[in-house]
Design a protein around this ligand. Structure first.
Ligand SMILES: CC(C)(COP(=O)(O)OP(=O)(O)OC[C@H]1O[C@@H](n2cnc3c(N)ncnc32)[C@H](O)[C@@H]1OP(=O)(O)O)[C@@H](O)C(=O)NCCC(=O)NCCS
Length: 143
């Protein structure tokens, strides 16, 4: 829960989306160093609800490995799309774009309306949330 709260300050929201979701952890020497939460929101459509790496373990490839694991899980479950909501600028955006995610929509004022404390990165306040989608349907035969 400590790690999940790094990515999402609302414990209420976390408990809500954990119900019916799959939660995976990365461990080093039995210590949990990373986590992600995956949920099938509608049939064949999944959402990455949370991904987080312990601050002292970041920038060592654990986040990338967790994201690749999540994508593989969705493929294994015959999922066609994986979505994630993230900030409209900054390294989180490139973190997902490198894995092939593309912008599918914008939720205006999301960070103003859903976060009690202002969130800043590079001196700029986060306001809008981008919804990113990884399309996994290519190469599959529609049924
Ligand atoms: C997003 C997060 C999970 C990435 O985990 P990580 O283990 O640090 O990620 P990786 O080491 O696999 O980094 C992959 C790439 O992302 C980028 N990146 C990661 N952290 C970065 C940072 N602090 N600043 C700039 N770029 C960063 C880099 O391009 C990095 O590759 P590089 O180290 O080869 O340059 C981690 O930063 C985190 O837990 N953040 C807090 C929780 C959070 O807000 N999660 C929700 C994100 S929407």
């Amino acid at each position: 829960m400590e790690l999940l709260l790094e990515a999402d300050p609302s414990i209420g929201k976390i408990l809500h989306y954990l119900a019916g979701a799959q939660c995976f952890v990365a461990q080093i020497d039995e210590a949990v160093v990373g986590v992600y939460v995956l949920k099938e929101t509608v049939p064949a459509k999944y959402e990455l609800m949370n991904i987080s790496v312990a601050p002292s373990r970041q920038r060592r490839g654990i986040g990338k490995a967790l994201l690749e694991h999540a994508i593989a899980r969705v493929r294994e479950g015959a999922g066609l799309r994986l979505e994630v909501g993230t900030a409209s600028f900054g390294y989180y955006l490139t973190f997902y774009q490198r894995a092939g995610f593309r912008v599918s929509s914008v939720e205006k004022d999301f960070f103003l309306e859903n976060y009690p404390e202002p969130l800043y990165e590079d001196g700029i306040r986060h306001t809008d949330m981008l919804r990113l989608t990884l399309d996994l349907s290519k190469g599959k035969i529609a049924t």
